[in-house]
Design a protein around this ligand. Structure first.
Ligand SMILES: NC(=O)c1ccc[n+]([C@@H]2O[C@H](COP(=O)([O-])OP(=O)(O)OC[C@H]3O[C@@H](n4cnc5c(N)ncnc54)[C@H](O)[C@@H]3O)[C@@H](O)[C@H]2O)c1
Length: 315
């Protein structure tokens, strides 16, 4: 299957491209290599993809509607997996406009191109952040209220609404996947695990924000499997993709300490925009897609640390 991956040079996008190649599919990558400080990492990820097979790559901004239209017209993908976005909660509090531009207007452009050029299937990468702060857990797909805590979450919520509108207008198959904190080798450098491992490898203290926090951490391979299952599904729907097993920060610290016994912690106030905890109800994805995450937190964490130790210059 010919599949366009926006954000294809990113963490999830590059892993997905390799899985598609290895299973005989044809990925096409599109990215603008956003954030200069991460470019060497993204170029490394593109190299890893190219080692798995030859892949067309387009450097293109999601805000350049005409260029997007001409790429999609030329490549004629059967499916678009729209991962391209400004990701990360904290920076969205400093620059909400950039998040609205890329995550909402950029999604508007992708949906318009998909609709006008009759792409059959659009998969949109949404986030657990759309649930906001809720204490009735686990979080099922119909529990969204719109009362979110950050511009990032609001941009994903707004983009989800646009997806429904364009699905109604053009009739393509639409799947919205709400990812729950994804981690693993090549994990985004701004995310907690990368930050923790990088700091502890450089003998720096770790900052723990808030108390009693926990996350439904999901290993990258399970997320990629969830996307692959969605690509071969035939019904439009919204799915949570998580591990279904929340992990407390105390457990994360225990795992980290088992690899780095000398780690030093400092506790700080919870950051604005962050929810206290997440826990995905994955029963719908399990039933309708056959999604069954298989990597335990201990195993996934060990693989992440092993990768970081092999790549101290990239983590
Ligand atoms: N990683 C997670 O834990 C997580 C959780 C929930 C949702 N998501 C969503 O999954 C998707 C992929 O996340 P990721 O962790 O791989 O992030 P990432 O930052 O590694 O990948 C996103 C890619 O989008 C590209 N991009 C940004 N702005 C662009 C623009 N204007 N034009 C073209 N490309 C642009 C970036 O260069 C980057 O390579 C994002 O939509 C993110 O919001 C991720």
């Amino acid at each position: 299957m010919k599949t366009l991956i926006t954000g294809g040079a990113g963490f999830i996008g590059s892993h997905l491209a390799i899985r598609l190649l290895n299973s005989g599919n044809q990925p096409i990558l599109l990215d603008n290599l956003d954030r200069a400080e991460q470019n060497s990492r993204k170029l490394y990820q593109l190299q890893q993809v190219n080692r798995a097979g030859s892949v067309p790559y387009y450097e293109c901004d999601l805000l350049d509607r005409d260029k997007l239209m001409s790429i999609i017209k030329m490549e004629k993908p059967e499916a678009i997996v729209h991962l391209g976005a400004l990701a990360g909660v904290s920076p969205s509090l400093q620059n909400p406009s950039a998040y609205i531009d890329v995550n909402i207007q950029g999604t508007n452009h992708i949906l318009a191109c998909a609709g006008e050029l009759q792409v059959k299937h659009v998969i949109f990468a949404s986030s657990s952040s759309v649930y906001g702060e809720q204490f009735d857990v686990p979080l099922a797909e119909d529990m969204v209220t719109g009362r979110v805590l950050s511009p990032y979450a609001a941009s994903k919520m707004g983009a989800e609404s646009l997806c429904h509108a364009f699905h109604h207008m053009y009739g393509f198959q639409l799947n919205i996947l709400r990812f729950f904190t994804v981690y693993g080798p090549w994990g985004r450098p701004d995310m907690a695990f990368s930050t923790f491992i990088r700091r502890v490898m450089n003998n720096q203290n770790l900052s723990i924000f808030g108390q009693g926090t926990g996350r439904d951490y999901t290993y990258i391979d399970d997320i990629v499997t969830g996307i692959m299952l969605t690509l071969v599904s035939s019904e439009s729907d919204v799915y949570n993709l998580g591990s279904g097993r929340p992990v407390l920060m105390t457990e994360v610290i225990n795992q980290l300490r088992s690899h780095f016994p000398n780690l030093q912690l400092q506790y700080e106030k919870a950051r604005k925009g962050d929810v206290t905890s997440t826990w995905a109800d994955i029963s719908k994805a399990r039933l309708k897609l056959g999604y069954a995450p298989s990597i335990s937190f201990k195993e996934g964490f060990e693989q992440t640390v092993a990768w970081a130790k092999e790549h101290p210059d990239i983590i």
